[in-house]
Design a binder for this molecule. Sequence first.
Ligand code: SIN
Ligand code: FE2
Length: 209
Amino acid sequence: MKTMIQVLPNGVRHIPGHLDHAAQEALVEDIREIVQAAPLYSPVMPRTGKEMSVRMTNCGPLGWVTDKERGYRYQPTHPVTGEPWPPIPDALLRLWQEVAGYPPPPEACLVNFYTDAAKMGLHQDRDELDLAAPVLSVSLGDDCLFRVGQTSRDGQTKSFRLRSGDLVVLGGEGRLAFHGVDRIYPATSTLLKNGGRINLTLRRVTRPA
Ligand code: SIN
Ligand code: FE2
């Protein structure tokens, strides 16, 4: 039998168990405050207007949003409340300094909330002007099956499980790797009282001066 060797692009890193339980709980508390100020909402896809199954909010000077008319973009305010996004928690700014290998601070932190049936199709993160900075993502709560491929949509992909406290870094040649979430594994974590999965994605948007 021929063995398929699945190679991830250089710069794609999975760092299992980086955050201990106390750090995860502290982050959940931070996110609770963020969601109080900037409620989760259901974004819709450009053109089709189809609602995404993942609910979102942001913190940081810029937040990633999408709607039918204006598509994917970054903006300084919440699309429903019109208020500025709350600041990125210190623990996440420190995590970026520790792991990203890129001193200018992140400008956007997307907060994705997945219920049991939510998923996210294969896509690239390419709405940022600064592609030299990596994308740093943090998983909290229930496990998911994460898929990562190459920099072209038809490239070979590899799926692996992400658990609460894991990090994924998309940097270097892997900065534009296609990725997505195939499924959530319900009730695999007790971190979130009502279950589900939170993913935090830290990104630099503009090129540093
Ligand atoms: C994303 O690509 O925005 C989310 C990835 C994840 O939920 O792990
Ligand atoms: Fe993404």
